[in-house]
Design a protein around this ligand. Structure first.
Ligand code: EPS
Length: 403
């Protein structure tokens, strides 16, 4: 699922619409014996709801988590893990959404279908592709609410990766036109410090500017995009492979992060910056010392060379476009039934979801890495996986090239 055309070892599927009763995710391939509670997942979901600039819905979404399978007495069983996240929007307004989103034929069609498509959304192309006459049939699933289910699966992935010493952090490096100064990057222990910032930015001056920018866009009924960065520390050398296009770790990461709603660009390391440099200035020099072993002198390649993790911190960036739903409708569109020109309908929405996008990307990176970890090290129990990982590191240290 998170990798290319060959079968994933740890894969997941989500289901559910934004204003339906619940989101569901099934995560398969997680080894047995991982300690897991609903609190582990709820904690990550709460982080996803953070962020200055989110709309009113985030004030009442509770993301109530329930395990439907795969976990017994606080430990994974090795069987598929099924998680349900109730949508508070449905529970608090069942008269409205219970009919509007009802699976029963007698509750439809809806009285007033949405026919004025929103530019920048899946509405129009989705209606054309699936033969719908109500944009709601598309937008309910295209909504970024679905990312809550991904974070639930990713929370399990992060917990498993932590057993191997992998820690993943994310932060906002640009919001609207405001950028953090070059070189600002949280360390593996800095996640709480990032989360303390309302915009998930560790540079206090830039964070203040970002908040000003959000306030200004909110006043204008407008929206803002930005760039987030995910850094994974402790990733072992040897995940992914150079041998085929769909086994390359960077291609798997690009695909999974690009799949996040509203993401239009993904970069590994300093990919776009490096394109303008000369080759003599565009690569991370290799060094070796008795204490540190092999190191790269910089992180231009973002911890991946030839599709293989190098053991250096993995750096992935994603560009999120400004949300296409605006509080002040200004985008020109048409009504697909009357063909009349108009402006995109007004919808309750977020000014920006860039801080939340970082949290989602963290979890998509975790899901990609955990799949590669399972492919490389295998193991039906967590103990076996940890043993296999350690065995690889020991063999590497004793091998001809060393560590
Ligand atoms: C979303 C629009 C808003 C967001 C929602 C995603 O929802 P609503 O239209 O109900 O106000 O709040 O995000 C979430 C609910 C979430 O959990 O992230 C959209 O159009 O994608």
């Amino acid at each position: 699922m998170t990798t290319g055309s060959f079968a994933a070892v740890i894969r997941f599927l989500t289901a559910g619409e934004s204003h339906g009763p619940a989101l569901v995710v099934v995560l398969e391939g997680v080894p047995a014996g991982l300690e897991l509670s609903t609190a582990d997942i709820a904690g990550e979901l709460a982080r996803r709801r953070l962020g200055f600039g989110r709309g009113p819905r985030m004030r009442f979404e509770e993301d109530v988590v329930e395990f439907l399978g795969g976990v017994r007495h606080g430990r994974t069983l090795g069987s598929p893990i099924a998680v349900q996240i109730a949508n508070t929007e449905w529970t608090r307004n069942p008269e409205k959404w219970g009919t509007e989103m009802s699976p029963a034929a007698e509750d439809g069609p809806t009285v007033a279908p949405l026919t004025q498509v929103r530019p920048g959304h899946a509405d129009l192309a989705g209606m054309q592709k699936y033969g719908f006459t109500d944009a709601r049939d598309v937008l309910e699933r295209a909504s970024a609410r679905e990312t809550a289910a991904r974070v639930a699966a990713g929370a399990v992935a992060k917990k498993l990766l932590a057993k191997l010493g992998v820690r993943i952090v994310s932060h906002v490096v640009q919001l609207g036109p405001v950028r953090v100064p070059a070189g600002v990057r949280p360390g593996p222990e800095d996640l709480d410090r990032v989360d303390e910032s309302e915009v998930r930015c560790i540079d206090a001056t830039a964070a203040d500017e970002m908040i000003k920018e959000i306030r200004s866009a909110a006043k204008d009924g407008d929206s803002l995009g930005g760039i987030i960065e995910v850094v994974a520390y402790g990733v072992p050398v040897g995940l992914g492979s150079h041998v085929h296009w769909d086994r390359k770790l960077d291609s798997a990461l690009a695909r999974s992060v690009m799949s996040i709603q509203a993401v239009k660009g993904v970069e590994i390391g300093d990919g776009f910056e490096v394109a303008g440099r000369r080759g003599s200035d565009a690569h991370d020099a290799v060094t070796w010392s008795q204490d540190d072993g092999y190191r790269r002198s910089s992180s231009l390649a973002g911890g991946v060379e030839g599709g293989i993790s190098t053991g250096e911190p993995l750096v992935v960036r994603a560009a999120m476009k400004p949300l296409a739903t605006l509080n002040r409708p200004t985008l020109a569109t048409v009504d697909v039934l009357s063909k009349e020109a108009g402006v995109s309908f007004k919808e309750r929405t977020d000014v920006t979801a860039v801080p939340a996008c970082g949290v989602v990307a963290e979890h998509m990176v975790a899901l990609t890495l955990v799949d590669e970890v399972a492919r490389k090290f295998g193991g039906d129990s967590v103990d076996e996986l940890v043993r296999n990982h350690q065995g690889f590191l020991d063999a590497l240290a004793q091998g001809p090239v060393g560590v």
